[in-house]
Write a protein that binds this ligand. Structure first.
Ligand SMILES: NC(=O)c1ccc[n+]([C@@H]2O[C@H](COP(=O)([O-])OP(=O)(O)OC[C@H]3O[C@@H](n4cnc5c(N)ncnc54)[C@H](O)[C@@H]3O)[C@@H](O)[C@H]2O)c1
Ligand SMILES: [Zn+2]
Length: 351
């Protein structure tokens, strides 16, 4: 089994990656926790697919699991759903010596993690991510949150899990669109940190081909995110590099009311635009945008989405990570290396 150790002082934990590891969850969790009550939170799509296997494995190792199923979709990442989770967990008599497991995509992971971080001032928590996006991105790094009517992820904190169990075979039941959504983040890791990863994506440019090496792709992606997070756990500096393509991507998602395009689709087109910006400002070599466009297209993601340039400039100017008159742009110096560039808001221009 492939194991990655995330080294955060006092909050170290392992990420275990292997095909079929879902059925080994009981054994893996028994190594880090005594038998106890467990609240397993999942969603209405994932429950019928994977919850029985998890429950069987937990019972085999002496745990007493109870399943809580929430409706699938971003709408569940709400304060109302959080309150409902608190109530159900208190009803089942959960204490701080028990455990909470998130079984699902990023919605289940973010909501359940925030619940675990706050209920009774913190209950140990395990992530079992089941979408590509959650396996390579949201389950690593400890950001947990719920949405408010005013915006996404506005109430949140940092709370590291005790263990992350990744079973790549869970991805087989994802639709092509949701699989591609996660691929956008993998492509991003290649562009910002790892030319070899980017080249692997270029030479295996379909879902079928990449699935042959998906365990390695997930491992490499988690490892890259681990390195960035260990340097900047609380997102005050270097972690900003992970936002490559995201400011423009967010502007696209917003323009289309967060309905027409997935996050990954926005990020895919956003990365191409960020590379175009980089080329025009003399930071990215000529052809960088074209290379990114080819790979995102190969994985069924859009390289171009119609959006007016004023919306893009405004998105950069209102970025919540800006300081006074300065904003930080994430630009590709070449494929495999991104840099952070502080720029005056007035100095931002579009090609
Ligand atoms: N915490 C972080 O660092 C971080 C990073 C990136 C994104 N996020 C958050 O993650 C969320 C998006 O995550 P997501 O893309 O996983 O969305 P999601 O959790 O909504 O999952 C997408 C869809 O796939 C379904 N699904 C999940 N696993 C499945 C499986 N194995 N087979 C079939 N269907 C399955 C879900 O029911 C859902 O309908 C957003 O809320 C975003 O803000 C958090
Ligand atoms: Zn993202």
């Amino acid at each position: 089994m492939k194991t990655l150790r995330v080294n955060l002082p006092g909050r170290e934990y392992d990420i275990k990656i292997e095909k079929g590891s879902l059925d080994q969850s009981g054994e893996l969790i028994a190594r880090i926790h005594e038998p106890c009550n467990i609240a397993i939170v999942t969603d209405s799509n994932v429950a019928p697919l994977y919850s029985n296997r998890l429950i069987t494995s937990m019972k085999k190792y002496g745990f007493s699991p109870k399943l809580i199923t929430i409706p699938a979709g971003e709408g569940s990442k709400s304060v109302n759903m959080l309150t409902s989770l608190y109530a159900q967990m208190l009803d089942m008599g959960l204490t701080r010596s028990d455990l909470i497991i998130a079984l699902g995509g990023g919605v289940v992971g973010d909501l359940t993690g925030f619940c675990a971080s706050t209920l009774l001032r913190g209950i140990p928590f395990v992530q079992i991510p089941t979408t590509l996006l959650s396996q390579v991105d949201s389950s690593v790094g400890g950001k947990v949150a719920v949405n408010l009517p005013q915006g996404k992820n506005l109430v949140g904190t940092f709370y590291q899990p005790k263990l992350v169990i990744i079973d790549p075979t869970c991805l087989e039941t994802l639709s092509d669109r949701i699989f591609s959504d996660g691929m956008a983040e993998v492509i991003k890791y290649g562009v910002i940190l790892d030319e070899n990863l980017f080249n692997t994506l270029r030479t295996s440019p379909t879902r079928t081909k990449i699935t042959e090496v998906i365990g390695d792709i997930i491992y490499r992606s988690c490892d890259l995110k681990r390195m960035v997070v260990e340097e900047d756990e609380h997102d005050t500096g270097g972690r900003m590099i992970l936002n490559f393509g995201h400011t423009f991507g967010h502007a696209i998602e917003k323009k289309y009311n967060f309905t027409d395009y997935t996050h990954g689709e926005g990020v895919a087109a956003g990365m191409v635009m960020a590379a175009e910006y980089g080329e025009h400002s003399g930071i990215s070599p000529h052809g960088t945008a074209q290379q990114i466009a080819e790979v995102v297209t190969a994985f069924g993601l859009p390289a171009k989405i119609d959006i007016d340039k004023t919306s893009l400039i405004n998105a950069v100017k209102v970025d919540k990570k800006g300081e006074g008159n300065l904003v930080t742009l994430v630009l590709a110096q070449r494929i495999g290396k991104a840099i952070l560039q502080k720029t005056k808001k007035d100095g931002i221009w579009i090609w």
